[in-house]
Write a protein that binds this ligand. Structure first.
Ligand SMILES: Cc1cc2nc3c(=O)[nH]c(=O)nc-3n(C[C@H](O)[C@H](O)[C@H](O)COP(=O)(O)OP(=O)(O)OC[C@H]3O[C@@H](n4cnc5c(N)ncnc54)[C@H](O)[C@@H]3O)c2cc1C
Length: 555
């Protein structure tokens, strides 16, 4: 049966550098590190879900099929012919394979242990770029194809949503089978002997999980670092957005024993941005998820341990170090702590809002968003200064600009100078007593429906872009009572720590980015007065590591 897998199927084209062929010279390099062996149709090179990870294979001759659900579903995802190589991102992270590789046409393969692949990756820039680009592109293709585990669950189930979000944020390919209208979902459950009441279930090469916790699912997929942390780390970083990832990278590369944890996924808010246009070094922009994936690989390669999911729920100070308490009962000890838990931009409570994020719904109004909606009608929601500044800025680019507030008086929440400017600016129309109740549009936003809460009257407004500025709340509940915070619960650092909050410093002052507790630093969106940009978060993450060294030297 397996001989026929992928029979007659062509190799995919080298779309986005996903399936390059290695040159004679490049294969020669690998031949020195690996072994060439003959293979026959049906030979399995690696198997979906195998906890031991897998080796790097180059096809010398013949062809190999990459298959999802080998032995039952037998869905052929790709064929690799002569001089192409197998594998994807998880080869570099040591996680179990998501697919099975089965020889279709007899020939020879070159098998290279993954440790040797890493040697090449760190010494040959051209080859390393070729492989990394292919692995990143393959991960995107697999996500598009849903070529990974299956999630069977109802669209109305909160746990189904939780599992899907966890997989999506961690950039894991998966196929969702909705119990509500997918007959295949029923058939699969029946075949597995699982009742609908036991869903959601996750079905993968490593087995079946019934309504797993995020931690159980992460263990199945081999996400994050494995093994116990040492009894004491030099540096524990809480939060793995751009700020935390930068701190992890610099901490590890500058000789600190560094452990970073994230409650859900590394990458943070930045990884939800379809395209980051303003990050230095990427003239045509970079997708947030690719930036996050690259940063994770880099931080790991330089020795940082990245653990996910691990939500900090408390902090204890003991014997001159800190213990970060993790949900579920574990604790991680560190001589120093960098808090990088970010902030959550408040979203409008509307069904489907995620569908439009990046496709009409924005949380920042920079030049790039302005270009996206140039000469289009835009709507801004929010009554604070950020909404007012956005209105002033966007009105120079958009065909029309409406600013919506719930209350009846803009001056109640916005600075007077801005209110005056808005009143003078003809292009800005302020709509009071207005609440957005619906978003409309096929592939992208086309209109919003606005209701007057007191009368219920609804109006449709044409809008190619909706800018949401209704505030952000920091993830600092777990730190409450331990470090000084501003009135909105953002962490105070450096010179902003004043008065009685300086008590623990004696004659000294906190370093820039240091909180009211010596040795605990706060970086990125979580600290009071932050810039709320990827670049500034990364800059602060790296700066804090330098200050960690200074703190350790001061003790
Ligand atoms: C849709 C969108 C688009 C954006 N586009 C751009 C852009 O184009 N350019 C730009 O410069 N900026 C952009 N931003 C802003 C930018 O993403 C943020 O300023 C940046 O991500 C902040 O980084 P951070 O590391 O401080 O926090 P975050 O990115 O918020 O990361 C914080 C991390 O901490 C984790 N965490 C929270 N609480 C806990 C806990 N208790 N325990 C463990 N982990 C925890 C979270 O899971 C998260 O991963 C955008 C933001 C959004 C939402």
């Amino acid at each position: 049966m397996s001989e026929a897998l992928g029979a007659g199927m062509e190799e995919p084209s080298d779309r986005d550098g996903a399936f390059p062929r290695l040159s004679d010279e490049q294969r020669e390099r690998f031949r020195k590190l690996g072994e060439v062996r003959a293979v026959r149709p049906g030979d399995v090179l690696f198997r979906e879900g195998d906890p031991g990870g897998y080796d790097f294979f180059v096809v010398e001759s013949g062809a190999v099929a990459v298959v999802q659900g080998y032995g039952h579903e037998n869905r052929v995802i790709a064929i690799h012919g002569a001089h192409r190589f197998l594998g994807e991102l998880n080869l570099l992270t040591g996680s179990p394979p998501l697919l099975t590789a089965v020889v279709r046409d007899a020939g020879e393969v070159l098998q290279v242990p993954v440790s040797q692949l890493r040697t090449i990756v760190s010494s040959d820039e051209a080859l390393s770029n070729l492989i990394l680009r292919a692995f990143l592109a393959r991960r995107s293709i697999m996500i598009d194809l849903g070529a990974g585990v299956k999630v069977v669950g109802s669209r109305y189930s909160r746990d189904t949503r939780r599992l899907r979000e966890f997989l999506a944020r961690n950039r894991m390919p998966y196929q969702w089978m909705d119990l509500e209208d997918d007959e295949e979902a029923d058939k699969l459950l029946h075949a597995l002997g699982i009742e609908a009441g036991e869903t959601p279930v996750v079905v993968g090469g490593a087995g079946v999980l019934r309504n797993p916790s995020n931690g159980e699912l992460a263990a199945m997929l081999g996400l994050g670092s494995r093994g116990e942390p040492p009894a004491m780390c030099d540096l524990v970083i809480v939060g793995g957005g751009p700020a935390g990832l930068a701190a992890a990278l610099y901490g590890a590369s500058e000789g600190l024993d560094t452990q970073a944890i994230d409650a859900v996924a590394f990458g943070g808010q930045a990884s939800t941005s379809a395209r980051i246009e303003n990050y230095l070094g990427f003239p045509t922009g970079i997708s947030g998820s690719e930036l996050a994936e690259r940063a994770q690989l880099q931080a790991r390669r330089l020795g940082a341990r990245l653990v996910v999911p691990a939500q900090a729920v408390g902090l204890v100070e003991a014997d001159g170090h800190y213990a970060i308490e993790i949900e579920g009962g574990d604790a991680i000890n560190g001589r120093t702590v960098i808090v990088a838990t970010g902030a959550q931009y408040r979203r409008l409570d509307l069904p489907d809002i995620e569908r439009y994020e990046g496709a009409g719904v924005y949380y920042a109004a920079t030049q790039s968003e302005a270009q996206t909606c140039a000469a289009d009608p835009v709507v801004i929601v929010g009554g604070g200064n950020s909404a007012g500044q956005a209105a002033m800025f966007l009105s120079q680019h958009a065909s029309s600009c409406r600013l919506l507030i719930r209350g009846g008086d803009l001056a109640k929440s916005m600075s007077r100078y801005l209110v005056d400017e808005i009143e003078r600016r003809e292009q800005v129309e302020v709509l009071v007593h207005s609440e957005i109740v619906e978003l409309r549009g096929e592939d992208a936003l086309e209109a919003v429906v606005v209701a007057d809460p007191s009368t219920g009257q609804r109006t449709e407004l044409e809008a190619k872009a909706l800018f949401v500025f209704i505030g952000a709340s920091p993830h600092t509940g777990w730190l409450s009572g331990h470090v000084a915070m501003d009135e909105h619960c953002f962490v105070l650092t450096g010179r902003d720590v004043q008065g009685a909050d300086l008590a623990l410093f004696g004659d000294e002052q906190p370093f820039f980015l240091e909180t009211s507790r010596p040795g605990i630093f706060a970086v990125g969106d979580v600290h009071s007065g932050s810039i709320k940009r990827v670049a500034s978060a990364v800059g602060e993450g790296s700066m804090a590591v330098r200050l960690v060294h200074q703190h350790l030297a001061r003790r």
